[in-house]
Design a protein around this ligand. Structure first.
Ligand SMILES: Nc1ncnc2c1ncn2[C@@H]1O[C@H](COP(=O)(O)OP(=O)(O)OP(=O)(O)O)[C@@H](O)[C@H]1O
Ligand SMILES: [Mg+2]
Length: 103
């Protein structure tokens, strides 16, 4: 309980409000702590109102892609934007308020 979280809001983070819902994954790379590259240069856009399905074999990285959006983990390369703003430049609280996730 006393361990400080590693993912926090930056000092000049802005609030995410009046969301349109455009999501951009822009050349995203990701590795978990063990260092093996799980995502390598992933780029796609989900436009507001669009339904996007991620399809691939078990272990391909679909769930990992979803976990990066609310910053359960941070990308190790590239960036993810919501309505044009890098998720790391938004407060964690306001970002997560706008995302539903069923595991
Ligand atoms: N917490 C974690 N720590 C280390 N490696 C992980 C972790 N979670 C997932 N992985 C690894 O990351 C890779 C991608 O896993 P992920 O769960 O994103 O795949 P998936 O496409 O959702 O698979 P599935 O179809 O089985 O749900 C796999 O090699 C997996 O073993
Ligand atoms: Mg999965």
């Amino acid at each position: 309980m006393s361990i400080p979280p590693s993912i926090t809001s930056g000092l000049d983070a802005s609030e995410l409000d009046s969301v349109e819902g455009r999501v951009d994954y822009d050349h995203v790379d990701f590795s978990y702590d063990d260092g093996e590259r799980v995502l390598d240069d992933v780029t796609f856009t989900a436009n507001p109102g669009e339904t996007v399905g991620l399809v691939g074999p078990t272990g391909a990285g679909k769930s990992t892609i979803c976990k990066l959006l609310p910053r359960l983990y941070d990308v190790t390369g590239g960036e993810i934007r919501v309505d044009g703003t890098d998720v790391r430049d938004l407060t964690v609280e306001s970002l997560r308020e706008h995302i539903g996730y069923v595991g």
